[in-house]
Design a protein. Sequence first.
Length: 215
Amino acid sequence: MGIRAEQKEKTRRAIIEAAFSQLSPEKSFANLSLREVTREAGIAPTSFYRHFKDMDELGLTLVDEGGLLLRQLMRQARKRITKKESVIQTSIDTFMEFVDSSPNVIRLLLRERSGTSLAFRTAVSREIQHFIAELAEYLYERESHSKKMAQLQAEAMTTLVFSLGADMLEMDPYKRNELAKRLVIQLKIIAKGAVIYKKIVADEKDKNKKVSYEK
């Protein structure tokens, strides 16, 4: 990569980081102005258009980068898990660390999930589907569930975590910790329910086979 390309990438990163830093409980991405972002990035407003077509394109980039960053952290966490460790506890600990260290990333994903922009809602939905797909694959390999069962369990878990994640953002540390404990229990209930349901389905199949054989 040449010097000019490196400088261009550096400026692009500065714009992305500036946009993330401007988000807050009171200010969503929809309320950000191009001038605010470029001022924070230390560039002229006209320079913005060398990197992004408009603010919407910048916003979609933030969604993509935020989702990818969180997925990478969750992948790394799952790789560290041993048979003695709880995948649920480790995953929630990792998610909580991410909420603490990158609240604006979570804030962006959760807000735009139900925002007015169809493009943003679609982008966030795509990121959530990536989470579900990766978790489903992990459950399929680790828990020996069918692919359908793994998919259903992953959907339930991901929906719950993202829903409660919105509540965590503005809580004080004590309440956030208590909510995390509840979340772990709720996810364990889903996991245990999946195991029990799998056994019920297997028993019903055996019963049907036996009845068919007797006939």
